[in-house]
Design a protein around this ligand. Structure first.
Ligand code: GDP
Ligand code: MG
Length: 603
């Protein structure tokens, strides 16, 4: 297929606006999938995606379509919508010349619609605005068209209307892609250059890379070279994704395809790096900026004997999720482990779920924390810590209060879009989370766009969930980094029966320490199962007790009430009890459920 007949595009949208459903329809219309009436979201291939009903990985499919007597190759890259996975979006856009900006005509423009629009706009991509779900009874495409015009200056005549579910208007959309998007700029006679934008690990073939082929061509047997590391490999197999792998004999400029070349070490495939032919070197392509992790947590094996299993699982999974950063860590109660950085809490939860489901590795995750800047004084202390300014993302490593001169915390600029009906409760929620309002704009007759400065540590855990629940699911939220500001913070420690459990420490704003401490203790009382003895739960800030609860011991054997008789029921109960036990971890002599460290911070 000549390069002028190639179109590379992505579908971007707020979560649940119908990207994966639209991708299904596109696959059907182009004959990759048998048409069926059921919705299946074939590009959501991970178990976690099916269970949570969200896309966490960008997926790719190469489609062909005949238009006005010519065959076109359409490379579709399906992307996740949740704020925690926005780096998947920006990576995918590096391989595209245009995007479909999909908007639910019932919900209108949402916070991630705005964020995604600016991502695509900033990369000079052609944007095709598309209203989805026009089949819905409450659909209000006119309101959405007005919002697109007010916010982005999009002309109403450029907006397409479709129903991804029923397929209405999707053929029109395909033709708009062909008409409005440029073909990829490519010099097929020039030296081969491919941009790596995704990779995954295959047990038999090692690392497989997904490339946007900018120039030239590549075939099995070619020797390729990474621009960054200079390492060379012989190409084994190449192919395109539909979304299953379909081997081909060559990949040429403008295409998107995979290359496997027997790479064993995951460190050698850096997302954003360029490959060239070793006998025909060329300049590397501009890479792309990947997002910095915002939330850090310790990850430990349930038992030290599982350390190496967990290590290899983390290595393989980070290859498929390069937004995660990994450092070695250790903790008094949990032993040797790692400190991982994530883009948000959902990202963290999805990562640990994938560790378990795709690699069979069970992990304990400690309380997540953002990165603080701590300034210390005293020459001796500065020498000891190797500097006056410390970056601390583990509450365990907070220096003594006496030597701290100032603490700074990261803040973000949050964007909230909501029906004005919920304005009052949203203001209240933001105040509660130490937010400072920056602006309020009406985007149509009933919707409002609010901007708030918020401390990152106030929003990582459950701000988004709370916002959803006070607005019956109608408000949406997105944020961008805004640097650091000085803040009055302190470390809160948790004691169980008088023993400090360092893994439960967290950082709190002093004005909230007392409420927070009481809440943590109540939450722990809820989470920790009864033990054979009484457990005193205490929260302390700067040596002062700010919260206290007592967990009563359990009295009866669980099977005692089943006097004799039913043996099978008795066996089942005992079995269930021991299964429950496997997920507990002994800390300070107390059996804690594996999820304690994260759940304790949620409201
Ligand atoms: P994504 O998060 O953007 O990938 O959204 P999904 O494709 O997973 O769709 C979210 C929900 O909207 C699913 O329940 C779909 O069945 C539904 N949906 C998608 N498109 C349409 C549509 O055109 N009409 C209706 N009524 N529902 C749709
Ligand atoms: Mg999806």
């Amino acid at each position: 297929i000549p390069v002028k007949n190639i179109r590379n595009f992505s579908i971007i949208a707020h979560v649940d606006h119908g990207k994966s459903t639209l991708a299904d329809r596109l696959l059907e219309i182009t004959g990759v999938l048998e048409p069926k009436t059921s919705n299946r979201q074939v590009l959501d291939r991970l178990q976690v995606e099916r269970e949570r009903g969200i896309t966490v990985k960008a997926q790719t499919a190469s489609l062909t379509y005949c238009y006005k007597g010519e065959n076109y190759l359409l490379n579709l890259i399906d992307t996740p919508g949740h704020v925690d996975f926005s780096n998947e979006v920006s990576r995918s856009l590096a391989a595209c010349q245009g995007v479909i900006l999909l908007i639910d005509s019932n919900q209108g423009v949402q916070a991630q619609t705005v964020a995604n629009f600016y991502l695509a706009f900033g990369q000079n991509l052609v944007i095709i605005p598309v209203l989805n779900k026009i089949d819905l009874k409450n659909a209000n495409p006119e309101a959405a068209i007005q919002q697109l015009n007010t916010l982005f200056g999009i002309e109403p005549k450029d907006v397409l209307k479709i129903s991804a579910k029923l397929g209405t208007g999707v053929v029109n959309l395909i033709e708009a892609i062909i008409e409005r998007l440029p073909s990829p700029p490519s010099d097929r006679d020039g030296p081969f250059r491919g941009l790596l934008f995704d990779s995954w690990y295959d047990q038999y073939r090692g690392v497989i890379g997904l490339f946007y082929i900018k120039d030239g061509k590549v075939e099995p047997g070619d020797v390729i070279k990474w621009c960054n590391t200079g390492k060379q490999y012989k190409v084994k197999t190449i192919g395109i994704l539909q979304p299953e792998e379909i081997p081909v004999t060559k990949l040429v400029g403008g295409q998107v395809g995979y290359i496997s070349c027997n790479m064993r070490s995951i460190k050698e495939a850096q997302i954003g790096d360029t490959v060239v032919l070793s006998n025909r070197p060329a300049e590397p392509l501009p890479g792309f900026k990947s997002s910095r992790p915002m939330v850090f947590a310790g990850i430990y094996p349930m038992d030290q004997s599982e350390h190496s299993v967990l290590r290899s699982a983390i290595e393989k999974l980070t290859l498929n999720d390069n937004a995660v950063t990994v450092d070695i860590d250790s903790s008094p109660a949990l032993g040797q482990g790692w400190r991982l950085g994530f883009l948000g809490l959902l990202h963290l939860e999805v990562f640990t779920q994938r560790l378990e489901q795709e690699f069979g590795a069970m992990a304990i995750v400690t309380s997540p924390s953002v990165t603080y800047k701590v300034f210390i004084h005293g020459k001796k202390n500065i020498d000891k810590y190797g500097g006056e300014e410390l970056l601390i993302s583990n509450p365990l490593q907070f220096p003594d209060v006496q030597i701290i001169r100032e603490i700074q915390e990261p803040i973000v600029l949050g964007t909230i879009i909501s029906p004005d009906l919920y304005l009052g409760s949203i203001m209240e929620l933001c105040m509660e989370h130490r937010g400072v309002q920056q602006s309020a704009t009406n985007i149509d007759d009933t919707r409002i766009l609010l901007k708030f400065l918020l401390p990152l540590n106030e929003i990582v855990i459950d701000f988004h969930d709370n916002l959803k629940s006070i607005s019956s699911g109608f408000a949406s939220f997105d944020y961008e980094e805004r640097g650091y500001v000085p803040s009055n913070l302190a470390k809160m420690s948790i004691f169980l029966n008088g023993k400090e459990v360092a893994e439960l420490s967290s950082i709190t704003h002093c004005s909230k320490a007392s409420d927070f401490g009481k809440r943590m203790c109540r939450k722990l009382l809820d989470i920790i199962p009864r033990q054979q003895f009484q457990v005193a739960i205490q929260a302390k800030v700067g040596g002062k007790i700010v919260g206290r609860e007592t967990l009563k011991p359990y009295r009866k054997d669980v099977t005692a009430k089943l006097y004799g008789g039913d043996v099978t029921r008795r066996m089942k109960l005992l079995q269930r009890q021991s299964e429950g036990k496997q997920k507990l971890k002994m800390i300070a002599n107390i059996a804690l459920p594996r999820e304690t460290f994260i759940n304790v911070l949620k409201r």
